[in-house]
Design a binder for this molecule. Structure first.
Ligand code: IPM
Ligand code: MG
Length: 382
């Protein structure tokens, strides 16, 4: 096995540390049982970093992230930091990581596990077997566009403003990721914008169309307005394979897609940069859910999204496909077996705490690994 794999762990705030703890145990397991050679360092981000250093991400942590093979991120924010200066808000630490690591492609898969369809607020037949991928642009658009600010007009009227802006290369590179992914899935892309009201939306559609014609005409392409997409996601989500969209629409639509799977606590994500000279992409893995301050510290949080984010790290950063499938299959088996955290409970299932869920998944990994040491683990993955 080659040199150690350097992982920076940033648990962050709220439930972040609790769910990250379960992943830390999985990493130890991989080191002990699979000779994975993960070398983990932990640091502060978000409100926790603000409390310790007066900034939501120090320059040292930023440099450390850039030097790591992968970053595992928990969640940031909470009412405790509502009144900190805007530039130091916990969320800014995360935005800085995304921007400076140039993680332009945010992959947010929404899959409904067998046996979990009852946890969704939608009817079972609408969501059972669902498997869609949102590719959210992550380093441009209104999150970073200039000018932005709050100022006062000459007549004394105050105003707040942000700028939605996309360059041609920014659209091309994220759309390219979506088309490539679609080719490995069901070969269909929905490109989502508001071309009916926004110039940047007209431009987005134009650029995606041209790229499709030039390089990806084998992939089925549809254009859809973002409001219609929100509606279609709850009406008939199985029509989608890959959705590619801007930073803001992706933020909103992925929360919506997460609930199709039963809970925000289920949805992982991978944020990827462009491949470097060595072929390696910078990458950060984080659950889609936030810091959930209302349940933090009570062992109620669902660690599944964080665990599945870890599986995405195994797959996308380290090419450890069998191990990624092992984690995903173990999670699937535990859920199918009827263990649920509070967010995905139903009448027929047992409610367990964060750490009991972690115990169960680790035990299942051990079992699957033992029974498959001679042959490949089945199922899971995309
Ligand atoms: C997400 C979150 C973040 C975002 C926040 C925490 C800045 O909602 O990753 O979806 O808006 O991108
Ligand atoms: Mg969000």
């Amino acid at each position: 096995m080659s040199s150690n794999k350097k992982i920076l762990m940033l648990p962050g705030d709220g439930i972040g540390p609790e769910v990250m703890h379960e992943v830390a145990r999985m990493i130890d397991w991989m080191n002990d049982h699979r000779g994975a050679a993960f070398e983990v360092q932990e640091d502060l981000a978000g409100g926790a970093a603000y409390d310790a250093h007066g900034t939501s991400l120090t320059d040292e942590t930023m440099a450390h992230a850039l030097a790591s093979d992968a970053v595992l991120f928990g969640s940031v924010g909470g009412p405790k930091w509502d009144n900190v200066p805007r530039e130091e808000r916990p969320e800014n630490g995360l935005l800085r990581l995304r921007k400076e690591m140039d993680l332009f492609a945010n992959l947010r898969p929404a899959t409904v596990f067998d046996g979990l369809a009852d946890a969704s607020s939608l009817k079972e037949d609408i969501i059972s077997g669902l498997d869609l991928m949102i590719v959210r642009e992550l380093t441009a658009g209104v999150y970073f566009g200039e000018p932005r600010g709050i100022d006062t007009l000459p007549d004394g009227t105050r105003r707040g403003f942000d700028t939605e802006v996309y360059t041609e290369p920014e659209i091309q590179r994220v759309a390219g990721v979506a088309f490539e992914l679609a080719r490995k899935r069901s070969n269909k892309v929905h490109s989502v914008e508001k071309a009916n009201v926004m110039e940047s939306g007209v431009f987005w559609r134009e650029v995606v169309t041209a790229l499709h014609e030039a390089e990806y005409s084998d992939v089925e392409l549809h254009h859809m307005y973002a409001d219609n997409c929100a509606m279609q996601l709850v009406r008939n989500p199985k029509q989608f394979d890959v959705i590619v969209t801007s930073n803001l629409f992706g933020d909103i639509l992925s929360d919506c897609a997460a609930m199709l799977t039963g809970s925000l606590g289920m949805l992982p994500s991978a944020s990827l940069g462009a491949p470097g000279a060595d072929g390696q992409r910078k990458a950060l893995y984080e659950p889609v859910h936030g810091s959930a301050p209302d349940i933090a510290g009570q062992r109620l949080a669902n660690p599944v999204a964080m665990m599945l984010s870890y599986a995405m790290m195994l797959r996308y950063s380290f090419d450890m496909m069998a191990e990624a499938e092992l984690v995903e299959q173990a999670v699937k088996n535990v859920l199918t077996g009827g263990l649920r955290t509070a967010d995905i409970m139903s009448e027929k299932t047992a409610r367990v705490s964060t750490d009991v869920m972690g115990d169960a998944v680790l035990r299942e990994m051990g079992k699957l690994s033992a029974s498959s040491s001679a042959h490949k683990v089945s199922g899971g993955g995309e």
